[in-house]
Design a protein around this ligand. Structure first.
Ligand code: SF4
Ligand code: SF4
Length: 267
């Protein structure tokens, strides 16, 4: 994200709306810490452009300041639309691809960081009985995640031998799915969050969960783990004991999809 200094009046309305705390006021205008900005576009989406003349507003603010009064733009407004999204080149463009929910990911052709949700499994049958999907979500607003930290997880998983979901955006950044190494150009890029998806045998769930737990504990970000599998005929969840065996507490917020999709495309 960039700031057009000629349009900015330094009101500071954009500072609290930044999901990464990357905007600050200096020299009477806003500035963006480019290392921390993940190109999520939230600042532009949340602020309405008031369309006022920035020179007049700046002048008014100066005059009022002299007599200990002040003029503040209404909250939720950027007076003259000073924030703008520059054209992003490779590799910085991946920040937007992973972080801006309105952006279509150039590698997958769909908006967002992931792939088809597991709830489509009744149609695509990617996950078979006795298999489990492990999903590691790395990063959150306020913290984000560097690709170099995400690579630490993918390389450890690769040593255990996994099927990375082929069309997943992180898998598509790998130079080799056997090693889990990501394209070295991308390692210093930061994103709001990213999702690693792997398929493993159901009986291996505790081993993988323990390994992931051990790997992520020193990373400078947060991770959420999701396990998904096919319910048994009686609605039983086949991996609950495996999650407990790994020393984790299953969240009661889990969801069950009923399998009402239709096979054969959109019909
Ligand atoms: S909201 Fe707009 S005018 Fe106010 S500080 Fe931010 S960029 Fe500048
Ligand atoms: S694009 Fe996102 S991270 Fe960057 S300045 Fe705007 S809100 Fe902050």
């Amino acid at each position: 994200m960039k700031v057009d200094e000629a349009k900015c009046v330094g009101c500071g309305n954009c500072v609290p709306v930044c999901t990464m705390g990357a905007i600050y006021i200096e020299d009477s205008h806003s500035n963006v810490n480019e290392d921390e900005c993940v190109e999520c576009g939230s600042c532009i989406r949340f602020l309405e452009v008031e369309g006022r003349n920035p020179t007049l507003v700046r002048g008014l603010r100066k005059v009022l300041n002299k007599v200990s009064l002040q003029h503040d733009a209404p909250v939720g407004v950027c007076v003259a639309g000073a924030l703008y999204e520059p054209t992003l080149e490779w590799p910085r463009e991946i920040r937007r691809n992973f972080s801006n929910p309105a952006a279509v990911h150039s590698a997958t052709g769909i908006p967002g960081r992931g792939t088809d949700e597991i709830k489509t499994n009744d149609v695509n049958e990617w996950l078979k009985e006795n298999e489990a999907l492990l999903l590691v979500e790395v990063g959150r607003p306020g913290l984000g995640a560097h690709m170099r930290d995400i690579e630490k997880i993918t390389t450890v998983l690769a040593t255990l031998g996994v099927d990375f979901k082929p069309e997943n955006p992180i898998t598509l950044l790998m130079t080799d799915t056997k090693t889990g190494k990501l394209n070295p150009d991308t390692l210093n890029e930061k994103v709001l969050s990213a999702i690693i998806e792997i398929k493993i045998d159901l009986d291996k769930v505790p081993v993988y969960l323990k390994k992931i737990k051990e790997t992520v504990k020193d990373l400078p970000t947060v991770c959420s783990l999701v396990v998904a599998g096919r319910c048994g005929e009686q609605g039983d969840i086949p991996y609950l004991d495996a999650v407990k065996e790994a020393g984790l507490t299953p969240s009661p917020g889990g969801k069950t999809n009923l399998g009402l999709g239709r096979r054969g495309g959109s019909e």
